[in-house]
Design a protein around this ligand. Structure first.
Ligand SMILES: CC(C)(COP(=O)(O)OP(=O)(O)OC[C@H]1O[C@@H](n2cnc3c(N)ncnc32)[C@H](O)[C@@H]1OP(=O)(O)O)[C@@H](O)C(=O)NCCC(=O)NCCS
Length: 160
């Protein structure tokens, strides 16, 4: 399946607010985040407005095939911290690692965040699907650290 899927990215725009709200409150996504509480619509709206105009954070919709079907979100900040979530209907296909590989090429080609030397992912140790996806995409484990008071595995991808 993954061989025949075309993956592309586009920047998030104002029409994506509700889609991102739905994805943000997906139970697995919340459980694998560092803030596990359900996000209210007001909270989301505030975050979305701020993020849309932020110069430090880049949000991309992951699209597949010629239908430009939105299947997930990738975020990366100016320090190279990356987060990914895939719509629950498209999980379990091994798309995560293919998306990450393609995204690394995409940010290089489009010269997004030229100053960062590495991409960083902070992953809860129980998030096996994520660990496998990042490892397959070439990220290297750099041990544990604490983020928002919680232990997490650090994965790095060197861009130099
Ligand atoms: C993380 C995420 C992007 C991975 O997406 P995915 O590509 O659909 O992942 P898959 O379910 O296909 O799993 C990838 C691989 O991990 C393996 N895997 C999954 N759960 C596993 C487990 N408990 N133990 C061992 N391997 C496991 C799968 O078998 C698969 O390998 P295979 O292709 O050889 O079968 C997706 O699960 C997601 O969006 N999760 C919610 C948000 C999230 O956790 N984001 C990451 C935060 S760091």
């Amino acid at each position: 399946m993954r061989e025949i899927i075309e993956i592309d990215f586009r920047e998030v725009n104002s029409s994506d607010m509700m889609l991102l709200y739905e994805w943000a409150n997906d139970p697995i996504t919340r459980a694998m985040s560092f803030n596990t509480t359900i996000i209210s619509k007001t909270e989301h709206e505030k975050w979305f407005e701020k993020s849309l105009h932020s110069k430090n954070l880049y949000l991309f919709i992951i699209e597949i095939n010629e239908l430009n079907l939105p299947v997930g979100l990738i975020r990366i900040d100016e320090e190279g911290l990356l987060g990914i979530s895939i719509d629950k209907q498209f999980r379990g296909l091994g798309l995560g690692s293919e998306i990450l590989k393609k995204f690394i090429k995409y940010i290089k080609i489009n010269n997004y965040i030229p100053k960062i030397e590495k991409i960083i992912a902070l992953i809860k140790s129980e998030n096996k699907a994520s660990i496998v996806s990042f490892e397959r995409a070439g990220f290297v484990e750099k041990g544990y650290s604490y983020f928002k008071g919680q232990a997490c595995l650090n994965y790095h991808y060197s861009l130099r």
